[in-house]
Design a protein around this ligand. Sequence first.
Ligand code: HEM
Length: 128
Amino acid sequence: MDPISQIHDQVGEPLLQSLVAAFYRRVKTDDVIGPMYPAEDLEGAERRLADFLIYRFGGSPRYLAERGHPRLRMRHFGFVIDARARDRWVELMGAAMEEVGISDAAVPAMREFFVTTAAAMQNHGAGL
Ligand code: HEM
């Protein structure tokens, strides 16, 4: 079975929620990617990412019911995402994983998923 879809069972929904909360605490004050996020709806953004990860990692499909098919690349076209923004997203998520104590067993598959997906979201500049 695809290791990505087992992450939810390994990590659990509460820790995935904490992970996304820790990520957005960093996003809020980040000089590179912070300004791209909707300051008036960070709670909504947090819920969308948490629900997406829970679904993608094999948990509740709530994200699909609320947002439909993810079409993530398309949903990111409105933001200019260059290599620097891509790397910053991955860096903040890495720090959030450390903060909440994602288990060593789950870190490699999660990190791999974040790096690959972030690369797919890049839509501007060198290193595409
Ligand atoms: C590469 C750097 C990235 C940047 C700069 C970026 C930026 C953003 C921004 C500004 C939003 C809008 C926030 C909102 O209102 O929901 C967003 C939404 C979202 N992003 Fe990213 N993102 C990046 C990578 C990723 C990655 C790697 C993932 C998944 C692992 C991801 C998953 C999502 C999801 C699920 C949404 C909400 C989509 C929706 O239902 O509307 N993003 N992103």
